[in-house]
Design a binder for this molecule. Sequence first.
Ligand code: FAD
Length: 391
Amino acid sequence: MFCALRLAEAGVRGIAIAERNDRVGKKLSATGNGQGNITNENMSAAHYFSTTGSAERVLQKFGKEDLLFSLQELGGLFFADERGRVYPASRQAASVTDLLRFALARRGVKILTQTKISRVSFEGGAFVAEAEQGKYVAEKLVLACGGKASPHFGSDGCGYLLAEAFGHTCTKLSPSLVQLKTDKSLIRGLKGIRTDCEVWVLREKRELCRYRGDVLFTDYGVSGDAIFRASAFAREGDVLKIDFLPQFTYDIVLRILQNKCENYPYMSAEDLLRCVMNSAIGRNLLRVCDLPHEAKSADIKSRLAALVRAAKGFSLPLTGSAGFENAQVTKGGVRMDELDETMMSKKQKGLYLIGELVDIDGECGGYNLQWAFSSGAVAAEGIAKRGGYAI
Ligand SMILES: Cc1cc2nc3c(=O)[nH]c(=O)nc-3n(C[C@H](O)[C@H](O)[C@H](O)COP(=O)(O)OP(=O)(O)OC[C@H]3O[C@@H](n4cnc5c(N)ncnc54)[C@H](O)[C@@H]3O)c2cc1C
């Protein structure tokens, strides 16, 4: 949508968007818990992942300021929260979709809804896109089909097949910004508990990221804000570490428990942890540390250090994720080294690939929408300039 709009603003005519859904921007309208976290104050290429390229050059050409300027020109107001996440002042993602819809209509861009492109080719010097309704012939073709994440919004991975028709290849695809599956035996009895934690991901003892926020225990593993953010870095086989008491140092927690042991030598291990942490989490820690919850505190005094270590660095081996169905983003995609700096295919002149379809994914916080907007704008600039339009 943004690519089409930028082209129309440059004066290009005869633009059409083919959308398989009954309306455009269905996913955009659901972003940021319905509030639309479109970019981030701390925008930089360091917040993106790719094994075949980088987001840097595209962001340099069209970054956060360019996006906000552009959307403000269309009549939107935006603000940033304490984490730098930028939202529309309406706090309604659908209102960003509306801005684009109104502008596209004003510029005369044709929107063909319920039009699923099932085949694309380059024949006799032009692109041919085929749908049930018929064939569309075009001088340039932009593939912006999204990835495989949240297929109920229309992005079911069919874009990769369209790209493959032109000889493009994909990197390994995996879900990102998603709930994580863990060793269930270590979280028994915790389902439904939500607590403020610090989490970090370890791969072969190397720390990959660290976040503070909500962790929600589920029957398959963990969810919540901190987990979503950490999931961008995590994969099966990594270890998720959780600090259940991030506000307190190891020494303070140990001292409190040691004093309690001395004052209440007959108190059960379970009662010893009361008012220090959630009681279900406490019981689970005792079980994982092999401490019977009815044991007398005097008898477990020598094991308190191990218990506090577990509370401040609980290890959960990761066994997978909740999959593409539940993920917000696809990690991997069409290889970036098969595209030039304007997002044009090196395999087929005049073909452009943008957004989540390509091998760039961002951290949680507005980075993925910024990439979709930026890559769309850069492709539009490439098309317009090559066609002799000023942009
Ligand atoms: C629930 C949720 C919340 C999110 N929240 C945020 C957030 O707050 N901030 C953020 O930065 N990112 C967020 N994301 C990620 C972000 O929405 C995506 O990365 C971004 O929308 C990708 O844009 P895109 O244009 O590449 O693809 P999409 O937005 O997926 O759009 C692709 C479009 O192409 C259509 N299509 C696909 N194949 C065909 C075909 N063959 N023929 C015709 N039409 C086709 C699809 O129906 C779809 O409308 C969220 C994602 C989800 C699922």
